[in-house]
Design a protein around this ligand. Structure first.
Ligand SMILES: Cc1cc2nc3c(=O)[nH]c(=O)nc-3n(C[C@H](O)[C@H](O)[C@H](O)COP(=O)(O)O)c2cc1C
Length: 393
């Protein structure tokens, strides 16, 4: 432990991998400016998804850092209640990142300062959103066609933030196949002051489907100074996807978006892989039930009256994906008109599954599909064997 502490103290920049004397306990810290990010995957910013309940569940299951959804810088500094309300600090004093979008350097810098004031440990500028409502205002991924303006946003935010709060960016690999500029663009942002670059390995034209171009993420890693972490993002749904993203891009960390919906156990499995801890068993139905309920209770607590029913249906839909009877449940949930009725439906669903799991355990049967993390862990172990369980070694 002494060596571990010493190594942490003496490292100045960059990704640090240290082990204690017997080589069992390992720790990976990713240094972003003066902020250390622990081992594990990062939760991607997602509009209408990464609210406080969602982020809390992912943090409790091992996400190394969570981000708010992208927030309009202009709306934030105007004090628009709806947008300001989405900048909720993580519970328990845990660190969190705020993502903003905009194209006016003064406005974006002021929004970044507001984010720092409510406790964000870093401020990320969105340079990857493909939505027309955003790119029409020349924000989001449209900035990849205007590197000079994008750099001026980074410079303005860097100058406005306290020195201990890094500014980071999240970009794509380019606007379309004819204008892949991921590496040059990222380098320019780093020269302007970005301390970390996240790359979603698709062009703006691809939206959210089609192949993720790992080679373009690797090109960003190769182009940037070693001390600037690169985060790979896109279609990481399993442990195998995670390992492939790291292996083929050389990225310092991985960011997970859609696959985290209803499956926070993916973060737990990745954290175990990275720290050399025993791989967790697949979540039992009882555990899935308990985590859904905790998530749903936070939705009730933190969501306004208008959105509560919708958010509860959505949450139940995420957690029932891949489970026996899930499709029928979702159909019923969308017919319910009261939050309490959706909660009761979820309770009955998980109680029935739990009883079924118990009786199957007694007879030695098991046909539950399990969560994605469980399935991917099983596949990983089949392919690579027990010997690679400590893949961080
Ligand atoms: C519903 C939804 C909302 C999103 N909102 C944001 C956002 O606010 N900011 C952002 O940078 N990316 C946003 N993204 C993109 C994700 O952060 C991520 O880059 C993308 O989904 C690819 O990662 P994945 O395959 O792990 O989901 C969003 C994606 C989805 C599906």
């Amino acid at each position: 432990m002494k060596m571990l502490r010493e190594a942490r103290r003496t490292t100045v920049l960059g990704r640090l991998r240290v082990s204690n004397r017997v080589g069992v306990l390992r720790s990976d810290l990713m240094r972003v400016g003066s902020v250390d990010i622990g081992p594990g995957a990062l939760l991607a910013p997602m509009e209408a998804v990464t609210d406080l309940p969602f982020r809390t569940i992912c943090e409790e299951h091992g996400a190394a850092l969570t981000y708010t959804e992208f927030l309009s810088a202009e709306a934030l500094i105007r004090g628009a209640e709806k947008v300001v309300g989405r900048m909720w600090p993580s519970l328990g004093g845990r660190r969190f990142a705020v993502q903003v979008f905009g194209r006016d350097p003064i406005v974006v810098a002021a929004a970044a300062v507001a984010a720092a004031e409510i406790g964000a440990c870093l401020v990320d500028i969105n340079m990857g959103c493909p939505a027309r409502k955003v790119t029409a205002g020349m924000c989001g991924s449209a900035l990849m066609r205007e590197p000079a303006l994008a750099a001026s946003l980074v410079r303005a935010v860097r100058a406005a933030l306290p020195s201990n709060i890094p500014v980071t960016i999240k970009q794509r690999i380019g606007w379309n196949d004819l204008s892949i500029n991921a590496a040059e663009f990222a380098l320019r942002m780093v020269e302007a002051g970005a301390a970390l670059v996240t790359v979603h390995g698709r062009t703006r034209d691809q939206g959210f489907s089609g192949p993720v171009r790992l080679a373009s993420i690797a090109a960003v890693r190769a182009a940037l100074p070693k001390e600037i972490p690169v985060v790979g993002n896109g279609d990481v749904k399993t442990i195998d996807d995670y390992l492939r993203m790291k292996r083929e891009t050389g990225c310092d960390a991985v960011m997970i978006g859609r696959a985290a919906r209803g499956n926070p156990w993916l973060f737990r499995a990745i954290l175990a892989l990275e720290t050399g801890a025993p791989l967790p068993a697949r979540p039992s139905i009882a555990e899935q039930w308990q985590v859904w309920r905790r998530h749903a209770d936070m939705v009730v607590q933190y969501t306004n009256d208008k959105m509560r029913l919708h958010e509860l249906r959505k949450t139940l839909a995420w957690y029932s994906r891949g489970l026996y009877g899930g499709a029928e449940l979702r159909h019923k949930a969308f017919q319910e008109n009261q939050p309490a009725a959706v909660l009761a439906l979820g309770e009955r669903f998980f109680a029935a599954l739990h009883a079924r799991e118990q009786s199957r355990a007694e007879t030695g049967e098991s046909d539950y599909p399990g969560g994605l993390a469980a399935r991917s862990l099983a596949r990983h172990l089949r392919r690579h064997g027990e010997g690679e369980k400590r893949c961080a070694d």
